[in-house]
Design a protein around this ligand. Structure first.
Ligand code: SF4
Ligand code: SF4
Ligand code: SF4
Length: 305
C-alpha cells in the first residue's frame, strides 16, 4: 500500500508516534511504502494514487481545509490520526480567544520579542471556528490519543494496512486503572497542584478531577498509574459518543454525585474552568458541540465564533 501522512493544525506528535513503534515500522515498510509525509521526508505535495492517508491535526485555517480536501480526493482511505484530527484537539481551544489576542500572544507577547510587529505577512486566514477532520470530510477510521499510544498503534496498524477495520474497544480508562475506591467522606474538589494524591486509591474519590470514567480507554491508564489524573486526551468514551443526551460534563457530574452523595448543583458549582478541564480536547468538535447537554456552545460564545 502507498501511505501518506498529512499534517493540519497540530504539533506533529501523532506522526512521531508512528515512528515510535520502532522496529515494528520495519515490518510495515517491508510490504508498504510511505510516499508522502512533510514531517519525515522531503516531499512537498501528495501524489495522486494514495491507498491510505493518515491525517493528523485539526482544521483551523484555509490552508488546512484545502489540504484536507486534496488528500481526501487523492486517497482511497482516510484515517483521522490523533485527538486533534478526531475531535479538534487543543487547537479547538483557540476558539476561546479572538484572532487579535492569539496573534498578540504568539508573535508579540513572548519575552524574547522586545519590540516591533513580528506577525508574518502570509498567515493563512483562520476559518470561523476549528473543526475536526470528520466535520469537513469523510473519514474511514478514527484513531484517538494525544498522541495515540505505541501499543495501540502496533495492534491496529497491521489490520488497517490489510484493509480491515479493527473493532473499537468499549472500555473507558477506568477499566484499565488498578486503583481502588477509598473513603469519600468529606469529599472536596481539588486542583491538581493541591496536595499529593495517594497512589492506591481512585483519584476522583480523592477529589481530583480524573476523567477516566468519561474517556475512551486504550492508553493503559498511563496517567493515573503515574499519579496524575486523566485529563481526557483519548477523547470521549463510547457511551458518550453513542448517546445524544450524554456529554462529558453531565456524565462526570453524575459520576461524582453517585460517588459522594452530594447534590448535583453543588458539584457543578465546584467545577472550575470547564473549557480547559473537561473540553480540552473536544471543544473543536461539532459532534460534541451539537449534543443537547453540551456546554461547548456557551463556552465559545464570547470567543472568536
Ligand atoms: S493529537 Fe496531540 S500529539 Fe497529535 S497532533 Fe494533536 S496535539 Fe499533537
Ligand atoms: S477515575 Fe481515574 S483514578 Fe479513578 S478509577 Fe478511573 S481512571 Fe482510575
Ligand atoms: S490516562 Fe487519560 S490523559 Fe492520560 S494518556 Fe490516558 S486518556 Fe490520555
Amino acid at each position: 500500500m502507498k501511505i501518506a501522512i498529512e499534517e493540519l493544525a497540530g504539533c506533529s506528535g501523532c506522526t512521531i508516534s508512528l515512528l515510535d513503534i520502532h522496529e515494528e515500522l520495519l515490518n510495515v515498510l517491508k510490504d508498504h511504502e510511505i510516499v508522502y509525509s512533510p514531517v519525515i521526508m522531503d516531499v512537498k505535495e501528495p501524489p495522486n494514487d494514495i491507498d491510505i492517508a493518515f491525517v493528523t491535526g485539526a482544521v483551523r485555517n484555509e490552508e488546512n481545509e484545502k489540504r484536507l480536501k486534496e488528500i481526501r480526493r487523492k486517497a482511497k482511505k482516510v484515517v483521522a490520526l490523533g485527538t486533534c484530527a478526531c475531535y479538534g484537539g487543543i487547537s479547538g481551544l483557540s476558539m476561546l480567544s479572538s484572532n487579535e489576542e492569539i496573534f498578540r500572544c504568539v508573535y508579540q507577547g513572548v519575552e524574547t520579542v522586545k519590540e516591533g510587529n513580528l506577525v508574518p505577512g502570509k498567515v493563512p486566514p483562520f476559518l470561523y471556528r476549528a473543526f475536526a477532520v470528520g466535520d469537513l470530510a469523510r473519514v474511514d477510521y478514527y484513531i484517538t490519543g494525544c498522541p495515540p499510544k505505541e501499543h495501540y498503534l502496533n495492534m491496529i496498524l497491521p489490520l488497517l494496512l490489510k484493509g480491515e477495520k479493527p473493532g473499537l474497544p468499549r472500555k473507558s480508562v477506568c477499566a484499565e486503572c488498578d486503583r481502588v475506591m477509598g473513603s469519600v467522606e468529606g469529599w472536596k474538589m481539588k486542583r491538581r497542584h493541591e496536595g499529593t494524591p495517594d497512589r492506591e486509591h481512585c483519584l476522583l474519590g480523592q477529589g481530583y478531577l480524573c476523567l477516566g470514567s468519561v474517556t475512551f480507554g486504550r492508553c493503559g491508564a498511563t496517567c493515573p498509574h503515574n499519579n496524575i489524573p486523566c485529563h481526557g486526551c483519548n477523547g470521549p468514551s463510547l457511551d458518550i459518543l453513542r448517546e445524544p443526551c450524554r456529554d462529558i460534563h453531565n456524565l462526570i457530574v453524575r459520576r461524582i454525585v453517585d460517588l459522594t452523595g452530594l447534590p448535583a448543583a453543588q458539584v457543578e458549582k465546584e467545577m472550575f474552568d470547564i473549557a480547559h478541564t473537561l473540553y480540552t480536547f473536544t471543544i473543536g468538535s461539532l459532534i460534541m458541540e451539537d449534543k443537547e447537554t453540551s456546554k461547548i456552545r456557551d463556552l465559545v460564545k464570547g470567543g472568536n465564533i
